[in-house]
Ligand binder design. Sequence first.
Ligand code: BGC
Length: 307
Amino acid sequence: MTNFDFALLTLLCLLLPLENSTTATKMMASLVKPGIFRHLMCRNNMYPRSGVLRFPVSDDHVFWSAPYADYCPPVYTAPHIGGQVWADPPLPSEAFYPQWNQLDGQVNRESFHGAYEVKDGLPLNPIGRTGLSGRGSLGRWGPNHAADPIVTRWKRDAEGAIVANSTTGKNIIQMVAIQRSDNKLWAIPGGMVDPGENVSVTLKREFTEEALNFTDKANMVEKFFREGGVHVYSGYVDDFRNTDNAWMETTALNFHDEDGKQVGQLELMAGDDATNVRWTDVDSQLKLHANHADIVREVVILRNAHW
Ligand code: BGC
């Protein structure tokens, strides 16, 4: 699917459900940036940590509106999520009636992409087919919300002067990237938003756990995060765990250390779900988990940095 298709899809997602949606949904939809998200990692491969092969889905068959009479995806929900506090019970169920497209108790079942459809009692991935039904290894049916802090500083030489790229003449920005323990890919040090949790709390918590492995500079980190991040993305994540009935969405904010004297000078230490952590130069060659590089590109534009 081309970027144009995605832009069109996002526009449709945003416009169609607006009339019936809540104010919260309208506000969320206004944050979505068309064109950043993709739908590639969750198609035509083996589902991670399982022997389950996804049913083939070509570019032309992604949208639910495209007929695909032979479509017969396997059903898979990873056994280890059963009974976990962070996971929903199985569906269908006599005792579990999720309130789709709204705040369901403390669990946020709203999508940034407007109202998703519910078919045969199961929510449908707003982007389209993935070749797998069930929840895979995701805890929630429908949207699973994460938060991603993109912590940046300018690259500096030994004398402390900012380093520019010799071709573009633009300053090189660096971000804190962690290596994920599940797929070994480098990524933004994000994490799941707990039920009822404010995203700003998730952002700081995940950064502290994954990139600093806690720190004695907790007050400085607290202040750095409190003084504000700039919102860069809210929406679908092209995550390898997505299925037809469960998918990742994230809210990403940029926290920039302009003079490199705050978080920019801290010693990084990998913790929690991260096996490595480092300051990484950002440019067009950056390869990250899911569509994280597309999200980071928004920061590059925002800061007028080298790409
Ligand atoms: C990660 C986030 C990521 C999300 C979607 C979560 O497990 O912690 O950084 O954006 O998955 O891939």
